[in-house]
Ligand binder design. Sequence first.
Ligand SMILES: Nc1ncnc2c1ncn2[C@@H]1O[C@H](COP(=O)(O)OP(=O)(O)O)[C@@H](O)[C@H]1O
Ligand SMILES: [Mg+2]
Length: 147
Amino acid sequence: MLKKILCAVDGSDYALKAAEFASDLAARYGAELTFLTVSKELKVTEEVKRFMHAEHLTGSPQYVLDEMTDRVLDQARERAKTHGIAKPKTEVKTGHPARAIVSYAERTGADVIVMGSRGMGDFEGLLLGSVSHKVSSMAKCTCITVK
Ligand SMILES: Nc1ncnc2c1ncn2[C@@H]1O[C@H](COP(=O)(O)OP(=O)(O)O)[C@@H](O)[C@H]1O
Ligand SMILES: [Mg+2]
């Protein structure tokens, strides 16, 4: 019944809990597991370039973002490993998080999307974040929001 599991991760503890849940599901069903993170589209404006040049800042701002993205996926991979899944797939997309998650799920034929109930946002008191809310309403497949 579950052949392809898509788990959306954003670096939050909630998402790691979702990664744990998705890994356990994948192990029990012998399903393929993919971790997807949607990264920000970095716009390095001329103003930023001039500032970096003036301050002798080397390297690209993209580097920091890429490092963060790698870290997010590494942490998820670690969770999968503890459940005996040595090589989960990992994907990075850019753009609008909820739309990117849903369209990736549809394109790849995911049977279920697993995500955290909350993420990196800091609106206290909310039980459900906007990405998890939008994904569950937009996706055609089953969604699991891990609490
Ligand atoms: N950029 C993202 N890439 C992948 N998954 C995400 C992203 N943002 C949120 N998610 C998923 O949605 C869950 C809920 O996050 P979100 O709705 O953004 O809550 P919050 O408003 O607290 O940030 C996260 O635990 C994660 O599973
Ligand atoms: Mg968020």
